[in-house]
Design a protein around this ligand. Structure first.
Ligand SMILES: Nc1ncnc2c1ncn2[C@@H]1O[C@H](COP(=O)(O)OP(=O)(O)OP(=O)(O)O)[C@@H](O)[C@H]1O
Ligand SMILES: [Zn+2]
Length: 483
């Protein structure tokens, strides 16, 4: 639902119900990234990033989160714990998903689970699916099929891969092609508010100058006009497209400006607003999306809603690289491992634990040896749990156990894990705390002969196993079927 100081948008069918849950006007300011899908480019702007971030009011989750808008850890305050609003940029569906995508979506899935299960937020997550764009059209032409068939095939494929990785589906997926009238209304609103203009060629551009020094809250750069065609119909070369006039033979929708299709950035602004109106708690994506994509989303939304701050927290995940390679794993660079190929060798739980061993913001090096190392770590957990169970059943005789120490370790671990999660979802620290608990548990489980066995302390091992299982369940890892 749009709250609207700008023009009104018709809600989508899916959006209607959930959109009602999430109101309250509110506000936002970081990044780095790529040009209209590709070039890392931009020039510094005055004013700029982090300036004037408004701390939201509402429910303090107890988590300190690294906010790309301020480039520091801020207390994560959501408007309403019963419906914390989260918009996630989804895939552009023109090829199989790879481990880079897996890394980003698994990391945010872990964060979502922690927010829900440890910090009691009911998260409403919307994921936008880009099912029409230049790359989709190009690939469909090469394959001699319609862009719609291509996109729907790869969207389904993406969903299957995510399910295989145990990534929880968003509360709702919104497809660009199912929201074109809403996107058009959104563009009309930006034009009406004086921040966009149409051209004779049937394009609509965001008027960057109209934002004054307000553009650049996130990354602090403006799109670099280098490479713009000489016959560009933009008023200023840094302006970016909201609506693109159709080229001959291209898929199009009718609009007040002629036949065409939406620009990339506007999709996410419009679809997020359809669900959550003029205020958004959390927005996530890979770091490449910070600029220009998220920067432009901010400009569009604040121009449409005429508000000072639209998204309150921007979370960006670091890239997955093949070990030793500079570039991120990427469809366009053709240097990728598909999720399906990966899952022939390793379990989704191993991948999840691998993701947890680094902070979600850091770049991550993929190699088979680091996966094998993580596999061994998970096997270590499984074997501790099996030994502890054998002990509980009386099948493993041990010397007397320092029970008081184990109880104390268990209590300390619980505190340490929660503190790590509350500190910007510090999963490596949480994993270390669990591994240390297991290390101490293992030290007490020294097998001896039945004759020399000491008094038994099954309860403390029961409590430890139960807690470890609960921890793993929280982050989406299951110990069953590990090999
Ligand atoms: N190597 C990677 N590591 C981490 N995240 C990635 C990687 N590649 C893509 N992502 C993230 O996956 C999400 C979906 O990306 P999208 O489908 O737009 O991919 P893309 O960037 O167009 O693909 P590619 O770069 O492979 O051509 C985005 O949040 C993006 O930042
Ligand atoms: Zn997006």
């Amino acid at each position: 639902m749009l709250r609207t100081r700008g023009p009104r948008l018709p809600p989508t069918d899916h959006g209607l119900l959930l959109g009602r849950l999430c109101r309250r006007l509110f506000p936002p300011a970081l990044g780095l990234g790529r040009g209209e899908r590709g070039r890392p480019t931009g020039r510094p702007v005055s004013g700029g990033r982090g300036r004037g971030w408004l701390q939201p009011t509402g429910h303090d989750t107890g988590v300190q989160v690294y906010n790309s808008l301020t480039r520091r850890k801020d207390p994560l305050i959501v408007a309403n714990a019963e419906a914390a609003s989260w918009y996630s940029c989804g895939p552009t569906v023109y090829d199989h998903a790879h481990l880079g995508h897996a890394c980003s979506y698994v990391r945010f899935d872990i964060i979502r689970r922690i927010l829900t299960k440890v910090f009691g937020c009911n998260v409403v997550m919307v994921m936008g699916v880009t099912d029409v764009d230049d790359k989709i059209i190009k690939r469909a032409n090469e394959m001699n099929i319609s862009p719609t068939s291509l996109a729907s095939f790869y969207e389904e494929d993406f969903k299957q891969d995510m399910a295989a990785l145990k990534v929880l589906p968003p509360t709702v997926y919104l497809r660009v092609t199912e929201n074109i009238p809403q996107i058009i209304s959104f563009i009309e609103g930006i034009i009406a508010n004086g921040h966009a203009y149409s051209t004779q060629k049937g394009n609509v551009y965001f008027d960057l100058k109209s934002r004054g020094d307000k553009y650049g809250k996130l990354v602090g750069v403006a799109p670099d006009p280098v490479g713009e065609p000489v016959d560009s119909d933009k008023r200023h070369l840094s302006d970016f497209a909201l609506w693109k006039a159709a080229k001959p033979q291209e898929i199009f929708w009718t609009s007040p400006w002629g036949n065409g299709r939406p620009g990339w950035h506007i999709e996410c602004s419009a679809m997020s607003s359809l669900m959550f109106g003029g205020q958004l708690d959390l927005h996530s994506g890979g770091i490449d999306l910070a600029f220009p994509h998220h920067e432009n989303e901010i400009a569009q939304c604040e121009a449409f809603h005429r508000c000072k701050q639209w998204g309150n927290y921007f979370l960006h995940s670091g890239h997955l690289h093949i070990k030793g390679k500079e570039e991120k794993m990427s469809k366009s660079l053709k240097n990728y491992i598909t999720i399906k190929d990966f899952l022939k060798k390793f379990s989704p739980d191993v991948f999840r634990l691998f993701c947890m061993r680094s902070n979600y913001r850091s770049a991550i090096d993929y190699s088979d040896s680091s996966m094998q190392d993580t596999q061994r770590l998970l096997l270590g957990v499984t074997s501790f749990v099996e030994d502890a169970r054998a002990y509980m059943r009386g099948q493993l005789a041990c010397a007397s156990v320092r029970e008081d120490q184990l109880w104390e370790r268990l209590a300390d671990t619980k505190v340490a894990v929660k503190a790590a999660f509350a500190d910007d979802f510090d999963t490596p620290r949480a994993v270390d705390a669990i591994m240390s608990l297991i290390h101490h548990g293992n030290r007490q489980l020294k097998a001896v002969t039945k004759e020399t066995a000491g008094p038994r302390s099954p309860a403390v091992f029961g409590a430890t196993v139960s807690y470890i299982e609960q921890f793993l369940e929280t982050v989406g890892i299951s110990l069953a079927n590990q090999q």
